[in-house]
Design a protein around this ligand. Structure first.
Ligand SMILES: CC(C)(COP(=O)(O)OP(=O)(O)OC[C@H]1O[C@@H](n2cnc3c(N)ncnc32)[C@H](O)[C@@H]1OP(=O)(O)O)[C@@H](O)C(=O)NCCC(=O)NCCS
Length: 129
């Protein structure tokens, strides 16, 4: 299984890959439910949800696979995992993800500072119709 390259121009994460790897191993994999999307044995997207707090904690599509409906499918997967509703936080300057969440009917909430990266984030909430 290959690994997707996550380095979208203008949206580089402030933490290096090594600390992300540690966070996945220590914090995410043990307690989150994770799904990956593969294209010919290469991971091209993934999502993670924390069912305890009803949060969509991760959703990423490889740059060359974006705008093909994969994110929408992962969002639908998250909705099936958390049918009573969920929240998420995205970087305030992430114009693309904010448009994506708005497009799918999520409601914009408060801004806060992300405890992991110190950057401004915006909350979005999804509730079933
Ligand atoms: C945000 C993200 C998950 C969306 O996934 P995706 O597979 O590209 O989205 P979809 O193809 O399902 O898009 C569905 C619709 O959402 C909207 N949308 C998605 N990306 C958008 C963007 N960059 N700008 C504006 N609208 C966007 C559009 O309305 C799109 O429909 P269209 O392509 O017919 O116009 C994906 O672009 C991504 O991984 N981005 C980088 C990482 C990231 O920001 N993750 C979120 C962290 S909270």
């Amino acid at each position: 299984m290959g690994l997707l390259a996550l380095d979208p121009p203008g949206l580089r994460h402030p933490h290096p890959l090594t600390s992300w790897r540690r966070r996945w191993i220590d914090d995410i994999v043990p307690v989150h439910t994770v799904v990956v999307v593969e294209d010919e044995d290469v991971v091209v997207g993934f999502a993670a949800v924390d069912l305890r707090t009803r949060e969509l904690s991760q959703i990423f599509i490889a740059p060359d696979h974006q705008r093909r409906g994969i994110g929408r499918q992962l969002l639908a997967w998250a909705q099936a995992q958390m049918p009573a509703g969920f929240s998420l936080h995205t970087l305030a300057n992430n114009v693309g993800s904010r448009a994506f969440y708005r497009r799918h009917g999520l409601i914009e909430g408060a801004t806060r500072t992300n405890p992991y990266n110190g950057m401004e984030t915006v909350e979005y909430r999804w509730a079933p119709p």
